[in-house]
Ligand binder design. Structure first.
Ligand code: ADP
Length: 569
């Protein structure tokens, strides 16, 4: 009994099925001091007894073979649920006779004991021939029965562990799949794409031949994505489903996933040949906002729990994409409105500018010094206004992603000239000097000349605004390999605008490219501005494949740098 306990303790700690079965049989054969043994497990589906482990000279090729229910000593042990002793094996109609002939092993006596848990028989342990040559007796039978009970528990435990292991593996796999889906969904802010991805995955993970995603409208369902219904919804833009299909109606009302056997229910699917229809409502909080519908020609079960989780994730992605759509629409509307206003303001501003120039030039009669000064103020304010209007216009377009650039090879010295010309008068007014440090034979850049001009003008004009009277500004350009952006163009033209002005404090440096940022620095506040210029400038540089950065020392000066890719060839 002590040996038995020791062995069972060992058995119950083995959770791998294969080694456990070997262990059980080895021990059974050893305890009863036998020559051979076999362990059978019952195949749950067919009731066959399967040879799982053999010990002793019994032919190894028995492994994996099956005995139909009820056959032989072991079959009897299963049927009667009682141990069976057969001490005259050779005389009986034993199935071993053939095997014995092949192996030369003679089965004299057999003891077969069922392994059972409650009323379920898992298999049979059979031991053959006591080594002392004596027949099996009741004691042997009792020992093996006690042992078989423990063995059954150990086998059942190992089975359960394997099951939970499989379930866990399936769950982990599902989570991995879900992770991929969610990543794909999050990467897309387009509603249509989010729906297509969801449907694609739902079809891939199910047995469905056809599927669709529809969004609930007042009295119908608008088809958003479909697969396998090409013949039915011939015009995808006009695909609608009525809400009165009984299966759809009840799924929407209950808000719960459902799987209906159409044949049994006497219903027709959308696919006329469908056997099974699965409907997963797509919910946004308590409301059903749409549905995922799958149809299959077979009667197989779908993994409703998985599909349900998929639809929950899809609902979030769809909702986000819808929100993004709304924001995008609002942005576009704003951009359109600002463009319209900017356009309408341009004409009056041009007119004011033109007449001011005429008056200032004395074309309509002499003017005194005070009048000249006033005209100068009008002119510079109109200029400010036109910069402001066009900055607002650019900003709206950048936000709505509708700013179009016209790329071509651009001559850098030419754009530099233009930018300096347009700011020359302001420079002269403040007695500031501008030096050019431009390398000879600069290659063309691949850019939009107007937008590069705008970048330069903005930087030069900032240098002018934030540098006191008499200050010094240097503008430079050189061609060089790109050391600032490993993923960008290999060759770039690097341009810079350096001033010896008021500089930018450390606190302000991190905010300088933010939209509408204006420094609290009283010296900076002396110059007018909106805080839009550098934000737009940065976008323009980056849209042309370049980088922008600066270095600055408070009250010493600032240098802005940017790069633009060289035009190839
Ligand atoms: P704005 O000039 O209209 O205020 P910007 O976006 O062009 O807007 O510049 C943002 C802020 O950056 C400015 O308000 C100023 O404080 C600071 N800044 C820009 N350029 C310089 C410069 N060259 N020197 C010192 N400060 C600067």
């Amino acid at each position: 009994m002590t040996t038995l306990n020791e062995i069972t303790r060992q058995l119950t700690s083995t959770l791998d099925q294969e080694p456990l079965l070997h262990n059980i049989l080895d021990n059974a054969v050893t305890i009863l001091n036998c020559e051979a043994g076999t362990l059978f497990l019952i195949d749950d589906q067919t009731g066959d007894l399967v040879f799982r482990v053999t010990v002793g000279p019994v032919a190894g090729n028995l492994l994996g073979q099956r005995l139909p229910p009820g056959i032989g000593v072991v079959g009897r042990a299963v049927q009667t649920r009682q141990p069976v002793i057969e001490n005259e094996a050779q005389d009986s109609n034993s199935r071993f006779i053939e095997t014995d002939k092949q192996t030369g092993f003679v089965s004299r006596s057999l003891l077969a004991v069922p392994m059972q848990i409650k009323d379920r028989v898992l298999g049979v342990i059979e031991v053959i021939n006591r080594r002392d040559g004596l027949p099996f007796v009741i004691d042997d039978q009792n020992i093996l029965t006690a042992f078989a009970g423990q063995a059954a528990v150990a086998i059942e435990n190992a089975r359960l562990i394997a099951l939970t292991d499989q379930e866990l593996a399936a769950r982990v796999e599902e989570l991995q799949v879900m992770g991929r889906i969610v990543r794909e969904l999050n990467a897309s802010l387009e509603v249509d794409r989010a729906m297509r991805i969801t449907l694609e995955w739902a079809m891939r993970q199910s047995n469905a031949e056809a599927g669709l995603i529809g969004m609930l409208e007042e009295d119908r369902i608008r088809l958003m994505a479909q697969d396998g219904y090409e013949d039915i919804f011939t015009d995808p833009s006009d695909g609608h489903l009525p809400l009165d299909m009984p299966t759809i109606k009840s799924a929407i009302e209950s808000g719960q996933p459902s799987q209906v056997s159409l044949i049994a229910a006497g219903e027709k699917g959308i696919l006329p040949t469908a056997h099974t229809q699965t409907i997963i409502p797509i919910r946004r909080e308590a409301d059903v906002i749409g549905l995922l519908l799958l149809e299959s020609m077979s009667d197989s079960q779908e993994n409703l729990a998985f599909l349900n989780r998929l639809s929950d994730n899809a609902a979030i992605a769809i909702y986000n994409a819808q929100l993004y759509d709304l924001v995008q629409q609002a942005n576009n509307a704003k951009s359109e409105f600002v463009s319209f206003v900017a356009h309408e303001l341009k004409n009056p501003m041009t007119s004011i500018k033109g007449y001011t120039e005429l008056l200032a030039a004395g074309s309509v009669g002499g003017i005194n010094e005070m009048q000249t000064n006033f005209l100068q103020t009008i002119r510079s304010n109109v200029e400010r206004m036109s910069v402001l209007v066009s900055d607002l216009n650019d900003n709206a377009k950048i936000e709505a992603n509708t700013l179009r650039l016209d790329f071509k090879p651009v001559d850098v010295p030419h754009v530099l000239d233009q930018a300096l010309k347009s700011t020359k008068r302001q420079m002269d007014d403040k007695k500031q000097t501008v030096d050019m440090v431009v390398a000879k034979e600069l290659p063309n850049i691949w850019a939009d000349d107007v937008r590069v001009g705008q970048v330069l003008t903005n930087l030069v004009s900032n240098a002018h605004k934030y540098t006191p009277e008499g200050g010094k500004i240097v503008v430079g350009a050189e061609a060089t390999t790109n050391q600032w952006d490993s993923e960008g163009a290999k060759q770039v033209v690097h341009l810079w605008v350096k001033d010896n002005g008021i500089g930018i404090s450390i606190e302000d440096q991190v905010k300088i490219f933010q939209k509408f940022f204006r420094s609290e620095d009283s010296k900076a506040r002396e110059a007018p501005g909106t805080g839009l210029g550098l934000n737009i400038t940065k976008s323009l540089v980056e849209m042309q494949g370049g980088r922008i950065w600066f270095e600055s020392e408070y009250r010493q000066g600032t240098t802005f740098h940017f790069t633009i890719p060289v035009a190839e060839g």
